[in-house]
Design a protein. Structure first.
Length: 304
């Protein structure tokens, strides 16, 4: 599978939750008809929410005609778990938007990483991409924020995707991960309040998720500026059937051995949580030495 953004779970292991991938993919494709609404994917930690978003973004990136002006431009951003000031946040957010927009329109996923500097990035885009007036505005805004010439840079950054999609009459879909990090103490400025206008755009719906379900549902989206502005899609634990299937795939992929009759027990013991099912399968199984060198098995000791 082609990937603009790297997924963590191998395709051979990934199972269940595909209905969420289809839901968000089809919802994104409905956005050009102005039928999509900003949506939150709600679920407990380690339920695979980030993996779902990444797979949807990759499908949108590669399964559309990037030269079609009506194509949906996917943009992925993960709010970092670190303190930031308005200027640094705005620079990161705007640069990320520019990189994703140009990478999709040129079908050049390498733009997400290179060029390394903002000046080189803007020069490269001007040389290779036929830009609309309002995407050109995004490049000018990046420079203006860098030079300190913008009032409320965080507000301008957050509303930029909607501004470009509205004025260009195009469609952009924002995939925002770790959205709970918009709360204090990570940002000592009000990001959420500025997002009110951004998320209401029918031309630029925002799909959000995060690992702190209570903060996300109750404190950020359940009250204040964003209350009532998001549809909700809850993600629940895997069924016993799919949990057992994941356990079987995990031990096969990571070269471990697990009696088939034990797979449903592993699923039940892990409460249907896909992350813990994968980890526990390798711990419970009779792993070969190579398991300790795999992403899921690194640091695990084979059972005697």
């Amino acid at each position: 599978m082609n990937e603009a953004i790297k997924t963590l779970v191998p395709e051979a292991v990934y199972t269940d939750h595909r209905e969420f991938i289809e839901y968000f993919y089809e919802c994104a494709l409905s956005a050009p008809g102005r039928r999509a609404m900003s949506t939150v994917l709600l679920g407990q930690r380690r339920m695979g929410k980030t993996e779902i978003f990444k797979r949807v973004v990759n499908r949108l990136f590669y399964e559309q005609d990037h030269t079609d002006p009506d194509a949906v431009v996917p943009v992925y951003f993960s709010f970092p778990d670190k303190k930031a000031n308005p200027k640094d946040f705005a620079l990161e957010y705007v640069e990320n938007f520019i990189r994703w927009y140009a990478a999709f329109r040129l079908r050049r996923p390498d733009i997400l990483k290179k060029p390394e500097t903002r000046d080189d990035l803007c020069h490269f885009i001007r040389q290779h991409l036929s830009m609309s007036e309002w995407f050109e505005h995004a490049l000018r805004l990046l420079k203006a924020i860098e030079e300190g010439g913008v009032t409320l840079p965080d507000k301008r950054a957050l509303t930029l995707p909607r501004t470009v999609s509205d004025w260009d009459e195009s469609t952009i879909v924002m995939f925002l991960d770790e959205f709970q990090n918009t709360r204090l103490p990570h940002y000592d400025f009000d990001i959420v309040g500025f997002m009110q206008d951004a998320v209401e755009s029918p031309s630029c719906p925002h799909f959000v998720t995060g690992s702190a379900m209570s903060i996300l549902a109750k404190e950020i989206l359940g009250r204040g500026a964003l209350f009532g502005r998001f549809d909700s899609e809850p993600i629940e634990a895997m069924t016993e059937y799919w949990g057992a299937e994941l356990a079987r795939r995990a031990v096969l992929h990571y070269q471990a051995e697990l009696p088939d009759i034990v797979a449903p027990v592993v699923s039940l013991r892990c409460g249907g949580n896909p992350f813990y099912i994968t980890e526990h399968s390798c711990r419970t199984g009779f792993a070969t030495p190579s398991v300790t060198n795999t992403p899921a098995g690194r640091g695990l000791q084979p059972r005697p």
